[in-house]
Design a protein around this ligand. Structure first.
Ligand code: MF3
Ligand code: CO
Length: 252
């Protein structure tokens, strides 16, 4: 069953989302060659605590950290580590903020120093794919309209769409129905209704779409070693169109 949220509940999720967005804006300033994802993770956990919030991912299904930090060919759920980031890396930081019991979820890919042209293309197209998907999140459309739009755009630019990790409903728990794949036919799946809150979070690869999970049980990587990027927002379906609860205001 898809849980419909009231305007008041969406306002609470928006508060969590605004805090999450502010945290990403601060992270953007910290990310540079030489800093480690373990340091960033600790910084995020402190920042959220200082603002009266909880890093919801920590302890979720046994996940051990506040953030997921996925570098280069890591697709998602990477463990923060003490090895410093290097010039030319790309890193995706994903986090879920719990503020007064209501959640928001957003991942963002960052360039570390100077990155290659193809890495920059991957970041640009992945972000545009997210926003094109969000445009489809209107009352009366179906989940498949989001999925189809993202896949068509990504593959049209020669990138591939990761299959096993998908968007989801969210509220007082990280994962609620419905599932939001970033691939598949249009006009299929649940109809979008006012008050639904979803994540849209495409992971796109420069090479093939296949992924494998490492022996730590979490870190997903591309099988072919190609770079992978991800942008994720939490959005509410409203009568006035999609409302991005985790919007960062400043274009990146
Ligand atoms: N933020 C992730 C998502 O977008 C959830 C990560 S699950 C965790 O669905 F356990 F790794 F935290
Ligand atoms: Co997330």
């Amino acid at each position: 069953m898809i849980r419909i949220k009231t305007k008041e509940q969406i306002a609470k999720m928006h508060k969590a989302g605004k805090l999450l967005a502010a945290c990403h804006r601060e992270l953007a300033k910290l990310i540079r060659p030489g800093i480690s994802t373990a340091e960033l993770d600790q910084w995020v956990e402190n920042y959220l605590h200082q603002h009266g919030a909880i890093a919801e991912q920590k302890g979720y299904m046994g996940y051990p950290y506040a953030t997921c930090a996925s570098i280069n060919d890591e697709v998602c759920h990477g463990f923060p580590r003490t090895t410093p980031l290097q010039d030319g890396d790309i890193v995706t930081i994903d986090m879920v903020v719990n503020l007064d019991g209501w959640l928001a979820d957003s991942a963002w890919s960052y360039a570390v120093g100077n990155i290659s042209e193809e890495a920059q293309k991957l970041l640009d197209i992945t972000k545009r794919a997210l926003y094109l998907g969000i445009e489809q999140a209107v009352v009366g459309n179906r989940i498949g309209d989001i999925s189809y739009t993202i896949q068509k755009f990504a593959e049209g630019h020669g990138l591939s769409v990761v299959r096993p990790f998908i968007g989801h409903g969210i509220g007082q728990r990280i994962h609620e129905p419905p599932e939001v794949p970033h691939y598949g036919p249009r006009s299929q799946g649940p109809i979008l209704r006012e008050g639904m809150v979803l994540t849209i979070e495409p992971m796109l690869n420069l090479g093939k779409h296949h992924v494998k999970v490492e022996s730590d049980g979490w870190t997903a990587k591309t099988v072919d070693g190609s770079l992978s990027a991800q942008y994720e927002h939490t959005i509410a379906i409203t009568a006035d169109g999609p409302l991005i609860l985790t919007e960062q205001e400043i274009a990146d």
